[in-house]
Design a protein around this ligand. Structure first.
Ligand code: FAD
Length: 546
C-alpha cells in the first residue's frame, strides 16, 4: 500500500515537471519572441488619438472599421501595406436568400460535428457555434453594405464524394454588370473595398497605410491603450485607442521561424500563395507575404496566451496548375501514393508527405475530358471544376478546362507524349517504375476494384489511349490558422484565462477555431469568420462603452 502511494506521488511529480506554463507554453527562448527595445520618447514624433485602434487592414480589420461606423465609434486602421489587401474569392455561410431560393439547407449540427472531427476537437465549441450562428448575418451585412451594386451568388463547385463532405454554403460576391460603384469586380478585394468605404463614412475615421505597428503599450492599470508604429515618412508615432485596440494582423504563414514553432508541416510547401508579396527585409532579393505574425508577437509581449500547437494550415493546389482531378496520382518516384478520390486539403497534405513532395502528377490519357464530364456529378470540387461557377450549373463542354490543360502543355507544367516511356522521361521519374505503376492501375481498372487504395470503382479509368498526359500539381501554403486565445467577445486572454483589458483579436490572429487540419468543409470560411469576429468584437466594445 505504502509502495503504491509512493508511485502515485512520483507520477504526480513527473506531471508537474512536464506541465507547461498554463496552456500558453513559454516561447521566450524563440528568437521571434524577443520583444523590441521601446522607441525612446524623444524619437516619437507625435500621438494620434482615436476610440478604437485597429491594427491591420485586411478583411478582418476593414470589417471592424466598417462596424465602428455602424455603431458610432471613431476608429483608425493602421495598415503596413500601401494598398487595399485581399486574396481569393469565396465567402461561406449557413444560410442566405440565394440558398433559400435554391432550396439549399445546411444541417448545422452535422456541420459542427464534422468541423470538430477534422480539427481533432481542438476547437473552442463556443467560438464554433458563435461562427455557425452568426456567419450568415455577417455575410448579409456585407452584401447590404454593397447595396444595389452587388450580388451574392452561390458557388457550385464542391466535392461530392462519400467522405470529407463539403457543404453548399460557399458564396461569392460580384459587382453587378453595369455598376461602376467599386473598382474591384469580384472576390475579396471587392469585399474589402465595400468595407473600407463603410469605414471611411464614419466621422473622424481614418485608414493610415504604409504604417507598421511595432508593439503595444499598457497604462499603469495594465490596460492596453496604444501602439507605437513606424509611419510612411519613416517617423515613429504613438496611436492611442481610448476604448480598445483590435489586432487584425493576419496569420504567421510568412514567418518561417514562427511556422517552425507552431506548425512545422507548414515549412514543407515550396510555394507561398499569400498575396500581396513584398520584399523581405531579412533576405534581400526575395519576397514574403504580409502575414508575418506581427500581431501574435505584440499580443504575446503584453501577456497574451497562444493556443497549443500544432496549428492548422490551409493549402491550395495551385503551385503549378489549377486542376488536379481524380485520375491516377504519381509521385516523383513514379509511384502511386493515395486514394485520389478526396478533397483539396487531403490531396495537398498527402503530396507533401511524399519524398521531394513539393509536387506530384495526375496521369491520364486522351479520353480524360469525356471521363471527367461523365463523373463530375459524383466528384468535382475545387481544382476539378471551374473556379467560378454557380450552384446548379451543368457540366459544359465549352467550360475551358481542356483548353487550359493544353495551355499547361505549352507552358511546361503538363507533359504530353505518345508513349509511357517518353512521358516518364519528361516527368523525370524512373521509366520502369512508372510503367509498372500504370500497368497496375490498368489492372485495377479491369478488375473494377481498387485493392491498393480503395478508390471508388466508378472513378477508376484506364490509361490506354495516347496521347498520355502528366499534369504537374503541387500545394501552395495559404495561411497558418492559429493564434491568441480569446473569449467570445474576442478579448485576448492572458495565461490565467483572464481578458487583457483593452485588447481584442479578430481574423487570423485570433485562435480557437481551427486545429490540426483546416476544415475546408466549405471554401470561404476564413472570410466569413473574419467578418463575424470583427462584428462581435466591435459590438462588445460598444457594449462595454455603455
Ligand atoms: C491565395 C489565397 C486564396 C484565398 N482564398 C480564400 C477564399 O476564397 N475564401 C476565404 O475565406 N479565404 C481565403 N483565403 C484566406 C484568407 O485570405 C485569409 O484567411 C483572410 O484574408 C484573413 O483575413 P485577416 O484580415 O485576418 O488577415 P489578412 O488578410 O492577412 O490581413 C492582415 C493585414 O494586417 C496587416 N498587418 C500585419 N502586421 C501589421 C502591422 N504590424 N502593422 C500594420 N498592419 C499589419 C497586413 O499587412 C495585412 O494587410 C485565401 C488565402 C490565400 C493565400
Amino acid at each position: 500500500m505504502e509502495h503504491q502511494n509512493e508511485t502515485k506521488n512520483m507520477d504526480f511529480i513527473e506531471n508537474e515537471k512536464n506541465h507547461v506554463d498554463g496552456f500558453r507554453g513559454n516561447y521566450d527562448d524563440c528568437a521571434w519572441a524577443k520583444p523590441p527595445e521601446p522607441i525612446p520618447e524623444a524619437q516619437i514624433a507625435g500621438t494620434l488619438e482615436t476610440e478604437v485602434l485597429i491594427i491591420g487592414g485586411g478583411i478582418a480589420g476593414m470589417a471592424a472599421g466598417a462596424r465602428c461606423t455602424d455603431l458610432g465609434l471613431r476608429c483608425t486602421v493602421l495598415e503596413k501595406y500601401h494598398g487595399l489587401v485581399g486574396r481569393g474569392a469565396h465567402i461561406a455561410c449557413t444560410d442566405s436568400p440565394v440558398m433559400r431560393r435554391l432550396g439549399v439547407h445546411i444541417d448545422k449540427k452535422q456541420f459542427a460535428r464534422d468541423w470538430m472531427r477534422i480539427c481533432g476537437s481542438r476547437v473552442n465549441e463556443d467560438l464554433l457555434w458563435l461562427y455557425i450562428n452568426n456567419c450568415s448575418d455577417a455575410v448579409q451585412w456585407l452584401t447590404d453594405l454593397g447595396g444595389d451594386a452587388v450580388e451574392l451568388r452561390l458557388f457550385g463547385g464542391r466535392y461530392k464524394g462519400p467522405d470529407f463532405t463539403e457543404y453548399d454554403g460557399t458564396h461569392y460576391l460580384i459587382q453587378k454588370p453595369g455598376s461602376k460603384r467599386y473598382k474591384n469586380r469580384a472576390g475579396s478585394l471587392l469585399m474589402c473595398e465595400i468595407l473600407q468605404d463603410r469605414c471611411l463614412e464614419g466621422t473622424g475615421n481614418r485608414i493610415i497605410r504604409s504604417t507598421k505597428a511595432l508593439y503595444l503599450e499598457k497604462n499603469d492599470a495594465g490596460r492596453v491603450v496604444s501602439a507605437v508604429a513606424e509611419c510612411e515618412d519613416g517617423k515613429y508615432r504613438r496611436f492611442r485607442g481610448s476604448r480598445a485596440v483590435i489586432l487584425a494582423t493576419g496569420d504567421i504563414g510568412s514567418n518561417a521561424e514562427m511556422v517552425r514553432t507552431f506548425c512545422p508541416i507548414g515549412l514543407l510547401p515550396k510555394r507561398n500563395g499569400y498575396a500581396p508579396q513584398v520584399p523581405d527585409p531579412n533576405e534581400p532579393g526575395t519576397k514574403i507575404g504580409l502575414n508575418t505574425g506581427d500581431g501574435h508577437r505584440m499580443a504575446y509581449w503584453v501577456g497574451g496566451q497562444f493556443e497549443t500547437p500544432s496549428w492548422a494550415l490551409s493549402l491550395h493546389l495551385l503551385a503549378y496548375s489549377i486542376y488536379v482531378f481524380f485520375f491516377l496520382f504519381v509521385n516523383r518516384e513514379g509511384k502511386r501514393f493515395m486514394n485520389e478520390d478526396t478533397w483539396v486539403q487531403a490531396k495537398a497534405v498527402r503530396c507533401l508527405m511524399q519524398p521531394r513532395g513539393d509536387f506530384a502528377y495526375t496521369v491520364f490519357d486522351s479520353k480524360w475530358f469525356r471521363e471527367l464530364g461523365e463523373r463530375i456529378s459524383i466528384t468535382g470540387g475545387q481544382f476539378t471544376e471551374p473556379l467560378i461557377m454557380d450552384y446548379g450549373d451543368p457540366w459544359r463542354e465549352d467550360n475551358g478546362i481542356d483548353r487550359q490543360i493544353e495551355r499547361y502543355v505549352q507552358h511546361g507544367t503538363c507533359f504530353k507524349a505518345d508513349t509511357l516511356e517518353e512521358l516518364a522521361e519528361k516527368m523525370e521519374v524512373p521509366v520502369e517504375t512508372f510503367k509498372a505503376t500504370v500497368a497496375r492501375y490498368n489492372e485495377l481498372y479491369a478488375l473494377g476494384e481498387d485493392l491498393d487504395y480503395g478508390k471508388r470503382s466508378e472513378l477508376l479509368t484506364s490509361i490506354a489511349e495516347p496521347p498520355f498526359y502528366a499534369l504537374k500539381w503541387g500545394p501552395a501554403l495559404l495561411n497558418v490558422h492559429g493564434g491568441m486565445i480569446t473569449d467570445t467577445s474576442m478579448r485576448v486572454l492572458d495565461n490565467d484565462n483572464r481578458p487583457i483589458p483593452g485588447l481584442y483579436a479578430v481574423g487570423n490572429v485570433a485562435g480557437g477555431l481551427y486545429g490540426v487540419d483546416y476544415p475546408l468543409l466549405w471554401n470561404g470560411n476564413s472570410h466569413s469568420r473574419a467578418i463575424t469576429w470583427a462584428r462581435q468584437a466591435v459590438q462588445a466594445i460598444r457594449n462595454a462603452a455603455e
